[in-house]
Design a binder for this molecule. Sequence first.
Ligand SMILES: [Zn+2]
Length: 327
Amino acid sequence: MDIRSLHPRRVLNRCRREIRTRAPSRFAVLCYHRIGPPGPDPWKLAVTLEHFKEHVEVLSEMGRIVELDDEVDRGRLRRAVVAERRFAITFDDGYADGFGEVLEVLEHHAAPVTVFVATGFLDQPAFWWDRLEDIVLRDQIPVDVLLRACERQEVVHAGVDLGDDPPSRRWLHDQLYSLFDAMPRREITPTLDRLAGSLGVDADYDGARPFTTEELREVAAHPLVTIGVHTVNHPKLTRLADHDALSEVEAARDELDGLLGCAVRPFAYPHGDANRATARLVGRADFDCAVTTEDRWVSPFDRPLLVPRLHPTDVGAESFRSSVLSR
Ligand SMILES: [Zn+2]
């Protein structure tokens, strides 16, 4: 046996890890994105309004829907042992579509919600990943035609050998997603415009869109709504230098504070991409609650700056109930 493994701090850390993953939990945070017709939806971000209504009914039956902020109070997760299950509902990115109907459902149950907004997309006609989905997955443009257009627009290197077995549409979409995701934000829209233009895809995208500033102000004034921060450009924070990551977090915080005239506090990591270093950084930006997309219930021993969330998919009441309880 390695004597170092008996060091008290290591033993304590191991116990904490065990308790975090095994302790029975009574609190779960749910991570939604948009309400509406799913379409191709490669990342399963959409839930229909009908299913969302069923989800909220199920949560109300299984326990109480509470405010995320109340469960993570001043940097401490509530540790009281209570019999009642508690759920917090969150929405990421700042999709305007269907949000009026979402509020009606939540009002019916007096259920609070936290909406995490990526400020760089306010007033934009679309999120870039939805336009990419529209071009690659919705329109039935042959995959080889798409790929050659990407080469011409220098999105991918020229001369990709397709061989006898052309890549699948989904494969191409995922490759392009990674390329766009790593691109400086200012280059994404012009590149997508050029790509759509060269393929003859309608430039007037009419799918799901982000909030306008005015809509966000209205939503934020609703008594059941808390606004949270989701950076400016929605990058993977662990890939950025500390200085750039901190500036993404602080700039979005300051913009929302200014727009809404109040301090907005919870934070959601874009893509759920977080580690202990990014959590420290978010703490330095004065947040005391931050959520990831680690798909499990919250343990009373979780760190308030790394709170896991369940990711509901577009399923009806019974599948939703069993998927929530099984995680
Ligand atoms: Zn997001």
